[in-house]
Design a protein around this ligand. Structure first.
Ligand code: SIN
Ligand code: CO
Length: 385
């Protein structure tokens, strides 16, 4: 799926993380990638995160999935909406929706959530912490957007939903199939289905919070610290007031903390592994028969294409030495030469044809064996797991 018209540079300059944008059908030939029935099927599956939100007079009631199949038959005239998280992990045509948005780096991508709603259905006015492209797949939806909210914005008391009580929109549009609404973090928004069979694909991004970064990085460093690495004051001089923690002591204590968190190279490796941890562990591609250097060499030599697990996260950083470090599902791999080229190809493509000559590269073969056995990659030999 590609855009026929969409000015990326202009979008990044004027809208990304700044203000909402309605993009009227920019696709070459928009095709709704998933049938409502298939979405309902996913909501019944164990290990897939889903929610059903049913209107009850003025209120909204939420049920968490997996839903019993019979639940859909029980739904009456009240408007409802079904939301399924990370559909891109299981449906390749939905994963393909991310492709045109890859002007935003992969490490910022969260997932594609898909919603289905009957006339009047929606999740209510709210704001999200993340950037989202709301792609109208099927049917029509009225979106109302604005103003900007933050942690001080009051919310309605609700057990499950973070709803805004006095939502007054600044803009309003009805989206038709193929139209896209971009909403930056914090902007209030409310989408209500206009007519039945309304499907919306939320291509969502993520941004780590400062708290997550500090907690994760500090935890990682703490694990590597020795018990006897302590504050020391062999230069202690008698101080006038025994109750005072002096500025000099505080400087030394503060420096102990900052120094242990400041190593840029260690931080880069930690962040790559932290950020590439998979969101859901269920889409497990680990093979029953483990790959070996011989099986990988064989498949490479035969030119069998490689598939990336759509639930896996891949990213890389460049090293000053010329090599790269590949991150895949929370693991890191230092790569040079043809193995670095292969790793970058893996980061760029959901399916790839590796050079058969790589069968002769022990480091490339070793990387593939590890990635296949940890479930991040598979040779597409036509066999279903
Ligand atoms: C929806 O698809 O109904 C909700 C998407 C959103 O508001 O983030
Ligand atoms: Co939202």
């Amino acid at each position: 799926m590609q855009f026929a018209h969409f000015d990326i540079d202009q979008f990044l300059r004027n809208h990304w993380q700044k203000r909402p944008l309605l993009i009227r059908n920019p696709w070459n030939d928009w095709q709704n990638p998933l049938e409502p029935d298939e979405l309902a099927g996913l909501a019944c599956e164990e290990g897939i995160e889903s929610r059903l939100i049913v209107r009850d007079g003025d209120a909204l009631k939420m049920e968490s999935g997996p839903l019993p199949e019979a639940r859909f038959g029980e739904l009456g005239k009240e408007a409802w909406t079904l939301l399924v998280q990370a559909v891109d992990h299981t449906v390749p045509d939905v994963a393909a929706l991310i492709e045109p948005f890859r002007f935003v780096p992969d490490w910022r991508i969260d997932d594609v959530m898909v919603s289905y709603a009957t006339n009047g259905g929606g999740v209510g006015p709210h704001y999200d912490q993340y950037d989202v492209f709301l792609v109208q797949g099927l049917g029509r939806r009225r979106w109302r957007v604005g103003p900007v909210c933050n942690a001080q914005t009051p919310l309605l008391p609700h057990e499950d939903l973070r709803l805004l009580p006095d939502f007054e929109a600044t803009d309003e549009w009805v989206l038709e199939p193929g139209d896209i609404l971009y909403v930056p973090p914090g902007f209030a928004h409310d989408g209500v289905a206009v007519g039945d069979d309304c499907m919306t694909y939320s291509v969502g991004f993520r941004a780590p919070s400062r708290a997550e970064l500090v907690e994760g990085w500090a935890d990682h460093q703490v694990d590597r610290m020795a018990e006897d690495d302590r504050y020391a004051d062999p230069d202690l001089a008698a101080q006038p007031h025994p109750g005072e923690i002096t500025a000099a002591s505080l400087d030394r204590l503060h420096a102990m903390v900052l120094e242990s968190l400041s190593n840029r190279a260690d931080f880069a490796r930690w962040f790559g592994t932290f950020n590439s941890q998979p969101k859901y562990a269920e889409a497990d591609w680990r093979p029953e028969d483990l790959a070996t250097p011989e099986t990988v060499q064989d498949s490479l030599a035969q030119g069998i294409p490689l598939l990336c697990n759509p639930a896996s996260r891949f990213a890389f950083i460049r090293q000053a030495t010329g090599g790269i470090t590949l991150f895949a599902d929370g693991q890191s791999f230092d790569c040079t030469g043809e193995t670095a080229d292969l790793a970058m190809q893996i980061c760029a493509n959901a399916t790839l044809e590796a050079d058969p000559a790589l069968a002769a590269s022990s480091s490339a073969v070793e990387l593939l064996v590890t990635l296949i056995n940890q479930g991040s990659l598979a040779f597409d030999d036509g066999e279903e797991d």
